[in-house]
Design a protein around this ligand. Structure first.
Ligand code: ZN
Length: 218
């Protein structure tokens, strides 16, 4: 059988419906065809949500959201310290450890901006994410990228130098991390993304109305 991924003519592995390359990609990205979101791609979306966050920064909504984030980090801190004597959920523990480190390195504003930018990207281009799971994995990746600890130095044989690469993070841990982040700040981030969309729609409508009014010049 051929690999199940769109356009792939490789033979699928014995167990499963994907070729080796796509199976690895699915394990890393949550979907065999999910293209990773780059920092460059996300930049304009960050820029679009930034002013909304700035002008609402001292509102109750964002103050309470920041408290929710702080509380999440506190709970993560407690969970990250569970030891072998206690039963724990490994992906949640890995996610909690990553968030504790991130909390020391990235400000709340940066996290909120990143999540809102991702939601805006998803709203503008719904097909950019192949599945809800793939969205969660990409969300976890871009959020983790806010901290330096997501990066490890690795010897690049071909380039003949040390290169910074993103530390591998297991898929279940990524899903747990995305869940923790969206539970804390997802609603506020979604509202911010929606506000950007509403403002743009309003601009387009006003422009249309103006153009229509020009027809009145006879
Ligand atoms: Zn394939």
């Amino acid at each position: 059988m051929y690999c199940f991924a769109a356009g792939c003519r490789q033979t699928a592995q014995t167990y499963g419906n994907l070729c080796q390359r796509h199976a690895v990609h699915q394990r890393t990205h949550g979907h065999p065809e999910q293209r990773p979101v780059t920092a460059k791609e996300l930049r304009p979306y960050r820029q679009a949500v930034r002013p909304i966050i700035a002008r609402n920064r001292t509102t109750d909504a964002l103050m309470i959201t920041e408290e929710r984030w702080t509380e999440t980090l506190r709970r993560c801190g407690a969970y990250a310290e569970t030891d072998g004597r206690t039963v724990f959920h490994r992906p949640t523990k890995q996610a909690a450890q990553a968030l504790v480190k991130l909390g020391n390195e990235a400000a709340f504003d940066a996290v909120l901006e990143t999540v809102a930018a991702m939601l805006l990207l998803q709203e503008r281009d719904p097909r950019r994410f192949k599945s809800g799971r793939a969205f969660s994995v990409e969300l976890a990746r871009v959020v983790r990228r806010l901290g330096t600890l997501a990066i490890v130095s690795q010897w690049d044989q071909r380039a003949g130098r040390v290169r910074g690469v993103y530390r591998r993070f297991p898929l279940p841990a990524s899903l747990a991390l995305a869940e923790l982040v969206t539970t804390a700040i997802g609603l506020a981030a979604k509202r911010i993304a929606d506000t950007v969309q509403a403002e743009e729609a309003r601009k387009v409508r006003l422009e249309g109305e103006y153009r229509a009014s020009l027809e009145g010049i006879a």
